[in-house]
Design a protein around this ligand. Structure first.
Ligand code: NDP
Ligand code: 8X3
Length: 253
C-alpha cells in the first residue's frame, strides 16, 4: 500500500487530474478536491482499480471559505499527515481590458486563485508544522512573471501566488517545510475552454500552430520537484513549451 499522502486541489481536470494519476503510481495516497463530484468519483474508482493506493475525495468550492474549512476540517486524523500539498485549483475567466472586463470574472479569479489557495494553505500548513515536515507546491504561471494586455486580473492573481509563495517559504523554514512555486507556460487543458466560457473554437485557437505543454508534462515536473532529497528545494521553476519565449511570444507555423 502507498505510504505518502498528497492533497491536490482541482483534481477533476487538466494538471490536477494528471498529477493524481502520476502520484498514485508513485507511492502516494491522495486527497483530491474539486466541485464536479461525478468526476471526483470516476477518478477515485479509476485510481483504486489501477493502483495500490487509498483515495479520499472532498467535493467543495474553494472560493467559499466556510465550505473549504468544513471540508478540510472533516479530514480524519490519519489523513492529516499530508506530505505534499499541490495548490493547483485555478482559472482564468475572460480576456478583456480593465475598463470593460466583467467584475464577476475578476472576483471569480481572485476568490479561486488567491483566496482559495490561502484558505487551503492556512489549514494544511498548520498540520505540517505539527509534524515538522511537508512540501507545498503552488501553481503560478508565466502570467505570474509577466503581465499581458487583457489579462490584468489573471496575471495579478498569479503574481500574487508567486509573492505569497515566497513569503510562505521563508515563514516555514523553521519547520522543515519546503515551498515551491511552479510556473508553466501554455498547457493544453480545459483552461482556455473555461476562460472563453465553453467556446471550443476560441479555445482551440490558443493552441494552434505549435506544440503546447501537456498536463502530463506538468505532473512529471511536480513529481520531480517532490522527489528531491530532503536537503534540496526547488524554489521557483518556470516551464515553457519550446515554441514559447514569453507570455506573448509563441512561434506558430
Ligand atoms: P483546468 O480547467 O483543466 O483545471 C482546473 C481545475 O481547477 C479543475 O479541477 C477545477 O475543478 C478546479 N477548480 C477551478 N475552480 C474551482 C473552484 N471554485 N473550486 C474548486 N476547484 C476549482 O485547468 P488547468 O489544469 O490548466 O489549471 C490548473 C492550474 O494551472 C490553474 O491554477 C491554472 O491557473 C494553472 N496554469 C494553467 C496553465 C495553462 O496554460 N493551462 C498555465 C499556467 C498555469 P472543478 O471545476 O471541478 O471545481
Ligand atoms: C496560463 C498561461 O499565458 O494563458 O496561466 O496566462 S496564460
Amino acid at each position: 500500500m502507498n505510504q505518502k499522502i498528497a492533497l491536490i486541489t482541482g483534481a477533476t481536470a487538466g494538471i490536477g487530474y494528471e498529477t493524481a494519476l502520476l502520484l498514485a503510481q508513485n507511492n502516494y495516497n491522495l486527497i483530491l478536491t474539486g466541485r464536479r463530484k461525478e468526476r471526483l468519483d470516476a477518478l477515485e474508482n479509476k485510481l483504486k482499480s489501477s493502483f495500490n493506493c487509498k483515495i479520499m475525495t472532498l467535493n467543495f468550492d474553494i472560493r467559499i471559505k466556510t465550505e473549504t474549512e468544513l471540508a478540510l476540517n472533516s479530514i480524519p486524523d490519519e489523513w492529516k499527515a499530508i506530505d505534499l500539498l499541490v495548490n493547483n485549483a485555478g482559472l482564468a475567466a475572460g480576456l478583456a481590458p480593465i475598463n470593460s472586463a466583467d467584475v464577476e470574472d475578476w472576483e471569480n479569479m481572485i476568490d479561486t486563485n488567491v483566496k482559495g489557495l490561502l484558505y487551503t494553505s492556512r489549514i494544511v500548513t498548520s498540520w505540517m508544522i505539527e509534524r515538522q515536515k511537508g512540501h507545498v507546491i503552488n501553481i503560478s504561471s508565466i502570467a505570474g512573471k509577466e503581465s499581458y494586455p487583457n489579462g490584468s486580473v489573471y496575471c495579478g492573481t498569479k503574481h500574487a501566488v508567486a509573492a505569497i509563495s515566497k513569503a510562505m517559504r521563508i515563514e516555514l523554514l523553521p519547520y522543515n517545510i519546503k515551498v515551491t512555486t511552479l510556473s508553466p507556460g501554455a498547457v493544453e487543458t480545459e483552461f482556455s475552454l473555461v476562460r472563453f466560457r465553453g467556446d471550443l473554437e476560441k479555445a482551440d485557437q490558443v493552441y494552434k500552430g505549435f506544440t503546447p505543454l501537456t498536463a502530463k508534462d506538468i505532473a512529471e515536473t511536480i513529481l520531480f520537484i517532490a522527489n528531491r532529497p530532503p536537503h534540496v528545494n526547488i524554489d521557483d521553476l518556470l516551464i515553457m513549451p519550446t515554441s514559447q519565449g514569453s507570455a506573448r511570444d509563441i512561434f506558430r507555423k
